[in-house]
Design a protein around this ligand. Structure first.
Ligand code: AMP
Ligand code: ZN
Length: 136
């Protein structure tokens, strides 16, 4: 399914031009329009899924191998020193385009970029309670 109001559906399917790094029948990888580092790219399926929760298993199964392949190619070609793979779901988590995508972010020793995760300070009891809640 595609969503006619979705910009990434149009980009993924070639209706809007993009700086494409890779394309196959199910995915397109493009350079992000507002890169946070040199080579910041987005991996997106051609079908419309709003987020990870909605992603079909068969597409999900292909996404990480492709991310891995792109990370290897980009690291070799760009000579980056590290790599972040980030995927946001819902506004609170930083999602601004509601078509599933994975950020591929090359990192450089001198990139001066900060993708910060700070500890929220949970007690051991709270951690135990969280585990109880989630574990099956
Ligand atoms: P997120 O915040 O995870 O939803 O990521 C959306 C990303 O899409 C941002 O990094 C934007 O810079 C990028 N973006 C938005 N519109 C375009 C576009 N037309 N072409 C390329 N990247 C885009
Ligand atoms: Zn879409």
């Amino acid at each position: 399914m595609r969503d006619e109001n979705c910009i990434f559906c149009k980009i993924a399917n070639g209706e809007i031009p993009s700086r494409t790094l890779y394309e196959d029948d199910a995915f397109r990888v493009i350079l992000d329009l507002n890169p946070v580092t040199k080579g910041h790219a987005l991996l997106m399926p051609k079908e419309h899924y709003k987020n990870l929760y909605e992603l079909e298993d068969s597409t999900a199964a292909k996404a990480l191998p492709l991310a891995k392949k792109m990370a290897a190619v980009m690291t070799e070609k760009l000579g980056c020193d590290g790599f972040n793979v980030i995927q946001n779901n819902h506004e609170i988590a930083g999602q601004t385009v509601f078509h599933f995508h994975i950020h591929l972010i090359p990192r450089y020793h001198d990139d001066k970029q900060q993708l910060v995760m700070k500890p929220c300070g949970m007690t051991a009891e709270e951690m135990d309670a969280v585990r109880e809640l989630i574990a099956e």
